[in-house]
Design a binder for this molecule. Structure first.
Ligand code: SF4
Length: 275
């Protein structure tokens, strides 16, 4: 297969259009889309201090790399990064600090143990939560710690590596009434009030499908994906993800359509709240 733009050997086929692109044209398209997302929604503006949540996974590394490439020459934009060590049962974040160091971005690691006295496994067992609730609880705890850390270092925005697939999965779970379902009593037990919106959260990859983020990471030669956390397998998000992948295979482009519909519904809701 050949690149539709230059005729060189193709590297990636865009599922929604059927067009194939070489590495150079694919990177160009990917970067333009992310920069347009940043520009159109004014996600980063002069004077911002952006704190990147760096899990050590591919999305978060691509997010940090693009922010670094885009803003490193702008003295009015500050970048820093933070990782969360969920303790036993959580993800391996060792590569994250190394990656931030390589990019010259100040980085901190926040330990669950220091805040909750134990890791995620101990927390799940301690509150008697179901295995399928583990990721929901962990996500809320990290969200609260992230907001706290952002305030502590004076960050004005928090960037997370959420991609288009993540956005659709969340929208689906929310429609099904499963996003954050039944977590409030558990979070109260842990002394956490749920998501805290004091520092705005930005998602520069929200218009990029997951397979494109992975392909871009491959071009950048970012470190390979490490073994994930065992709890991820029981998360409802993972089941919804497999369902949506199957649907995309049968109907290429359906993820984009779902994303647009989810965005439309979210905007309509915001409009109703303003009226
Ligand atoms: Fe936390 Fe779930 Fe991620 Fe594990 S997979 S670190 S439990 S959010």
């Amino acid at each position: 297969m050949k690149c539709v733009q230059c005729g060189f050997p193709a590297f990636f086929e865009l599922g929604y259009s059927g067009h194939s692109l070489c590495k150079s044209h694919f990177s160009g398209l990917f970067e333009r889309r992310v920069k347009k997302t940043i520009r159109q929604s004014r996600l980063v503006v002069s004077g911002d201090h952006v704190l990147v949540a760096l899990s050590g996974g591919t999305d978060s590394m691509v997010c940090l790399q693009i922010l670094k490439d885009t803003f490193s020459k702008n003295p009015r934009i500050t970048l820093s990064a933070v990782s969360f060590d969920e303790g036993e049962g959580g993800r391996d974040v060792r590569g994250a600090s190394e990656f931030a160091r390589k990019l010259g971005v100040p980085h901190d690691t926040v330990q669950f143990r220091d805040f909750f006295g134990m890791g995620i496994d101990g927390i799940i067992a301690g509150v008697g939560a179901k295995e399928s609730q583990a990721c929901g609880i962990c996500g809320e705890l990290k969200s609260a710690l992230l907001a706290e850390h952002a305030k502590k270092i004076g960050a004005t925005k928090v960037a997370i590596g959420s991609n288009l697939d993540d956005e659709i999965r969340s929208a689906f779970l929310s429609i099904m009434g499963l996003e954050g379902a039944n977590l409030a009593p558990i979070l109260r037990k842990l002394g956490v009030k749920g998501r805290r919106g004091s520092v705005p959260v930005i998602k520069i990859l929200r218009q990029c499908p997951e397979n494109e983020v992975l392909a871009y990471a491959d071009i950048l030669k970012l470190p390979p994906k490490r073994a994930g956390c065992p709890h991820s397998r029981s998360s409802p998000k993972s089941a919804v993800g497999s369902m949506l992948d199957g649907f995309e295979k049968l109907h290429p482009g359906s993820k984009y359509q779902m994303f647009r519909s989810a965005e439309g519904m979210a905007n309509a809701k915001k409009g109703r709240q303003r009226d």
